[in-house]
Ligand binder design. Structure first.
Ligand SMILES: C[S@@+](CC[C@H](N)C(=O)[O-])C[C@H]1O[C@@H](n2cnc3c(N)ncnc32)[C@H](O)[C@@H]1O
Length: 355
């Protein structure tokens, strides 16, 4: 008979260990501080002492407390971010610290720097309880204005947001292009097209088409910079505006990729109504999102759904929910093209019988 009063050996309990990892908040912030201070850039392959890292930070104009820096480095080494050669007193890079370097093509530093838009989003979970009680986003409570006003007021934040979106889009781009005969789709307007990477990829496979990136002034600035040297630059134009107001007219195809999930139903329907107005009788609107219950990574999607709730009041949706939004906007979903990356391209046209 086990002794009911015996203290269980929780350290050996998988559930306990898993819960500690799930609830830890120190490692995420230590990594973000390392990213912000560019510590990985200062750690040489042959090893670097804490003192040399401190001097590197001072040379870069960063002010840190030497003892606190040493303790942070020890903690980062305990997490595996750096390798710590204790006898030699040296820190060395690891595969994890490679992701924090500012000069690496695989770098994720822009997601984790504390002056980035993504890091603002990452702070919203401290008010998750409030969001769960009210169903309302909490971004404004933390940062004084809603996320879109905040990005509009801070061009460097907006740029970091678009760079992060570009990073995400880059990974899925090939699958979106392969899922459809884009060359047959004519001229394209990418609505909320941000960085412009999707439009660039579409125009590469559609040599006769012209395209428009339609987005806020801050996002269009990032798109202009991205597309400046592109071989398709001569076929791209940029429209700064508001997708709740008039859309650029006359295109054959309009695209909304990863946009509707940023908005609650009411606003999503308003955006789609503007789309319905721009489409005419023959135009098509392509809504590209990861569907709840679809082929994408549902665990990541559940996390993203929470992020949408906290940062903007948006949500991830099922196919039936998209059908409903389309209907409320006078549109109908006429086709669905799954992609190998988990996104689905929903094809929307005017509802039968018009409105
Ligand atoms: C999540 S990002 C998606 C960017 C891009 N389509 C992608 O898939 O990577 C949402 C985009 O909507 C744009 N946006 C937000 N509010 C807008 C508005 N009122 N009018 C036009 N664009 C807007 C943002 O600037 C941003 O580029």
């Amino acid at each position: 008979m086990p002794d009911a009063r015996a203290i269980p050996d929780v350290q050996a309990d998988d559930a306990f260990v898993t819960m500690l990892a799930l609830t830890d908040t120190f490692a995420p912030w230590a990594v973000r501080v390392a990213a912000t201070l560019r510590l990985a850039d200062l750690v040489a392959p042959g090893g670097t002492s804490a003192d040399t890292i401190l001097k590197g930070l001072e040379a870069a104009g960063e002010s840190v407390h030497p003892d606190a820096l040493g303790r942070l480095l020890r903690y980062l080494a305990a997490l595996g971010v750096f390798d710590h050669d204790e006898p030699a007193g040296l820190y060395r890079p690891t595969a994890l610290s490679a992701l924090l370097r500012s000069d690496s093509p695989v770098s994720m530093r822009d997601w984790w720097r504390m002056d980035s838009a993504m890091c603002r989003l990452d702070q919203t979970p401290v008010l998750m309880l409030e969001a769960i009680r009210t169903g309302e986003p909490v971004y404004e409570r933390l940062f004084g204005q809603d996320v879109w006003a905040d990005l509009a007021a801070h061009p460097s934040l907006a740029d970091s947001f678009e760079q992060a979106m570009a990073h995400k889009t880059r990974i899925s781009l090939d699958s979106v292009i392969a899922a459809l005969d884009w060359a047959a789709r004519g001229d394209v307007v990418d609505v909320g097209g941000g960085h412009g990477l999707l439009l660039e990829a579409v125009l590469r496979v559609s040599p006769d088409a012209r395209g428009v990136v339609f987005d806020t002034p801050a996002a269009v600035a990032t798109a202009r910079a991205h597309l400046a040297g592109s071989p398709v630059a001569g076929r791209v134009s940029f429209v700064e505006g508001d997708f709740f107001a008039e859309w650029p007219a006359g295109a054959d195809t309009y695209v909304l990729m990863n946009v509707l999930h940023n908005w609650p139903d009411e606003q999503a329907v308003r955006v789609l109504r503007r789309g319905a107005g721009a489409l005419g009788a023959t135009g098509r609107l392509l809504v590209i999102e990861t569907l709840v219950g679809g082929g994408g990574d549902q665990r990541s999607l559940a996390r993203l759904d929470m992020m949408m709730l906290l940062f903007s009041g948006g949500r991830e949706r099922t196919r039936a929910e998209f059908d409903d939004l389309a209907e409320r906007a006078g549109l109908a979903v006429t086709g669905a093209h799954p992609t190998t990356f988990g996104l689905t391209i929903l094809e929307l046209g005017p509802a039968a019988g018009g409105r």
